[in-house]
Design a protein around this ligand. Structure first.
Ligand SMILES: [Fe+2]
Length: 260
């Protein structure tokens, strides 16, 4: 199986409660500060009609404040290291990136490896930690259970056409589009839809197709959670698209943190 669900943190975990408080009392009211977001954009908060933050925070765990430290502590908790080693092998893992969400991010179907991966590729693990109970109103995450071999076969003709060196970020976006289009046409299996409880986690391999699961009231009900990404400690961070594909994005520049 290429994904694993586990109840890892208690509902009364103080770090999670500190993050919930920080979100309600500070982050949602903070309309002027610019943060790094998904897609490597720098933006102020954008709020939904229900006053949830629509644009997730990239690597909020790098912030040197109580909430940043709490997020970093959860994302590098020894229990996460044990989960990763148990299901994916390797003794030591490191946290390389995170995305913290308030409202459901409405992420479309993708595999992580074309955006972020280990080098050698295929060993990056994504892990969603839920900070509140997900429901049909908040939405969750869904997976399509294909094997690594099936996805590699699907992508093989696009990999063969990759340039030796990328000349611009636009060139990378355009090639990513080809992968996403091929995946969209290919994924016909029934999805596995998951709603996590507060403190629960689910992890997946970098080649597993997934997207966010839509919620009935997702503009008003928070799906507060973090998607953290890990690679084995001895490997370097990049994408599966080749040598200089990581040169154009800020997500690859930050420090890594050993788990455990
Ligand atoms: Fe993803």
């Amino acid at each position: 199986m290429n994904w694993h669900r586990e109840k890892l943190f208690n509902k009364d975990d103080q770090r999670i409660n500190l993050l919930l408080l920080n979100l309600a009392q500070y982050l949602r009211k903070d309309l002027n500060k610019i943060y790094l977001r998904q897609g490597d954009k720098y933006e102020k908060n954008i709020l939904t009609e229900g006053e949830l933050i629509e644009n997730g925070f990239m690597s909020y765990h790098l912030n040197n404040n109580d909430a940043g430290h709490a997020l970093r502590s959860i994302c590098t908790d020894i229990k996460i290291g044990q989960h990763l080693t148990k299901y994916y092998g390797f003794n030591k893992w490191k946290l390389v990136q995170s995305m913290m969400f308030d409202s459901n991010p409405s992420t479309s179907l993708h595999t992580d490896n074309i955006f972020l991966d280990s080098n050698p590729s295929g060993n990056l693990i994504g892990l969603l930690i839920s900070f509140n109970d997900m429901s049909i109103n908040t939405g969750g995450i869904c997976f399509y259970d294909y094997t690594r071999e099936e996805i590699e076969e699907l992508y093989s003709s696009i990999y063969k056409e990759l340039p030796e060196k990328f000349q611009s970020p636009e060139e990378i976006y355009s090639i990513r589009g080809k992968f996403l289009e091929a995946l969209e046409k290919f994924c016909k299996k029934k999805s596995i839809d998951l709603l996590l409880e507060k403190g629960e986690i689910v992890s997946w391999s970098s080649f597993l197709p997934h997207k966010s699961l839509k919620g009935k009231n997702e503009r008003y009900d928070t799906r507060f959670s973090v998607a953290a990404h890990y690679i084995p400690s001895e490997m370097s961070f990049g994408t599966s698209l080749g040598k200089n594909s990581a040169n154009y994005a800020d997500r690859f520049q930050s420090n890594h943190f050993i788990v455990g």
